[in-house]
Write a protein that binds this ligand. Structure first.
Ligand SMILES: Cc1cc2nc3c(=O)[nH]c(=O)nc-3n(C[C@H](O)[C@H](O)[C@H](O)COP(=O)(O)OP(=O)(O)OC[C@H]3O[C@@H](n4cnc5c(N)ncnc54)[C@H](O)[C@@H]3O)c2cc1C
Length: 446
């Protein structure tokens, strides 16, 4: 009698969950191990001040097709807001609210009408931004940092603060002098230069944890508060996971979808497992300030702020706003009351109605390791390891995307596909054992 192949998925972030889902769909028995009490990893929700809040505001763009597919597959499309057309309200303390809006022209012309009316750029800035966008389209092997690339393309300080930084710093979660031009241009090309609709902003209107919960509900075993501390091996095959309480669990294959430092701890000798360069990843924090006012304050669903420590603000329900502060390495250690005051003051500076409203409550959420910095020269490993039944996943792996939900989902898909194709190899390499039987079934499932 054959049995379902049993895979241990380590990490209940969206990378691990996506891999687990893909494997479960092919008939594998999936056991998910998560060290914390929550599902979703960095894309989760929890209770703060008696309200369920997201660990930080998450948005995706219409070009994040793997994420949108996942949301649909999990039956959450009705809880997804997606703009009919790219449009952003831009707030500043010096001018009335401005709009950057795409027209119905094909890309990249769709941005021209919006730029023509955007008051934060001078006529010369508009020309220079337009030229840089044209150059971005053709520059397929840019070198060095994004800030240097923008300097080479004559972007003024005003163009940086009114266009490039509000979009690129939150997308990459790092200052532009620390990120590679290759990654910066990938974002620009993918969001703005390929398809007129690609940059449409989308987000879930239910707490983010619902996504992870819906995925986990389709897996066989979900083991929360179970950290994996190592692997059991037989030669070049993983035969089980070691758990923090001193116990273990057998498996036919394993997906590890945790951040690089934790992967390094689980593997022990990562280079010997064919995974190099884990020490090269540096993390950048994100801070979110949650403010509850006695009335609505924003006048729209979300807006970008110029010249402010808050880059984006979202009014999630009337009177509850979430302020997003990316690349927050200078803020992450500050006490909560200072962060709340920072958010309150920042909103009051650009929104007269927020200055007049009464702040009922405030809270701050911080993630010191929110994303890795896509610096020039960082080499991201792919899903494959030296062990055929072990694959890795995570937003930080080599997906081509910055550390986003989209990258996590894509990495999970790739990890599952890699296991499927490796599974055919185990069947020829092993005979007669339980694992071989399992692998044979895997090969049939593939
Ligand atoms: C505040 C904030 C805002 C963000 N905003 C956006 C946004 O607007 N748009 C966007 O696309 N992305 C955003 N991101 C990034 C996005 O959330 C992440 O890139 C993505 O969720 C990472 O998924 P992952 O599965 O790769 O990793 P993670 O979510 O880090 O999942 C890894 C999981 O592994 C678990 N784990 C670690 N070690 C072990 C172990 N030894 N045993 C068992 N489990 C273990 C962890 O607890 C965690 O649950 C944001 C991130 C943060 C923090």
């Amino acid at each position: 009698m054959t049995r379902q192949p049993r895979v241990a998925v380590v990490g209940a972030g969206l990378a691990g969950l996506t891999a687990g889902l893909a494997l479960a769909k092919r008939g594998w028995r999936v056991d998910l191990y998560e060290r914390s009490r929550l599902l979703g990893g960095k894309a989760t929700s929890f209770e703060v001040e008696g309200h369920e809040v997201d660990c930080g505001q998450h948005v995706v763009l219409a070009c994040c097709t793997a994420t949108l597919d996942l949301i649909e597959e999990l039956g959450l499309s009705d809880s997804l807001y997606i703009q009919p057309r790219f449009e952003v309200t831009v707030l500043s303390s010096t001018r009335p609210p401005a709009r950057l809006r795409a027209s119905s022209w094909p890309a990249p012309l769709h941005l021209m009408a919006g730029f023509a009316r955007y008051p934060h750029l001078s006529a010369l800035d508009r020309i220079q931004v337009g030229r840089a966008l044209v150059a971005a389209r053709g520059d397929v092997t840019p070198q060095g940092e994004m800030a240097a690339w923008l300097r080479r393309h004559h972007q003024s300080p005003r163009a940086l603060r009114a266009f490039w930084e509000p979009f690129l710093v939150p997308a990459l979660n790092a200052p532009l002098d620390r990120v590679s031009a290759a990654m910066g241009l990938f974002v620009i090309r993918t969001a703005f230069l390929g398809d007129r609709d690609a940059a449409r902003i989308a987000y879930l209107t239910v707490p983010l944890a619902r996504l992870a919960e819906a995925a986990a509900a389709r897996l066989d075993g979900v083991h929360l508060r179970q950290a994996v501390v190592g692997l059991h091996r037989d030669g070049d095959r993983v035969t089980g996971v070691k758990l923090s309480g001193g116990t273990g669990a057998a498996c036919d294959a394993c997906v590890i979808a945790v951040p690089p430092s934790r992967l390094s701890a689980i593997l022990g000798d990562a280079p010997a497992c064919g995974v190099d360069g884990l020490d090269a990843f540096a993390a950048m924090p994100i801070v979110d300030v949650h403010l509850w006012y006695d009335r609505p304050v924003l006048g729209c669903d979300f807006a970008a702020l110029l010249d402010s420590p808050v880059q984006w603000v979202f009014e999630k329900t009337p009177g509850y706003v979430c302020c997003s502060l990316s690349a927050a390495d200078d803020l992450v250690q500050r006490p909560e009351r200072e962060l709340v005051e920072l958010g309150r003051t920042a909103l009051a500076a650009v929104l007269p109605q927020a200055a007049r409203a009464q702040l009922l409550r405030g809270a701050a959420t911080r993630d010191p390791d929110a994303t890795f910095i896509p610096a020039p020269g960082v080499r991201r490993p792919g899903a494959t390891t030296a062990l055929p039944n072990l694959v890795i996943a995570g937003a930080w792996t080599d997906t081509g995307w910055p550390a986003t939900i989209e990258s996590a989902v894509r990495s999970g898909r790739t990890a599952a596909l890699t296991l499927f194709s490796n599974a055919a190899g185990w069947t020829t390499a092993t005979t007669g054992t339980g694992s071989a039987g399992a692998a044979l079934e895997v090969a049939r499932a593939v």
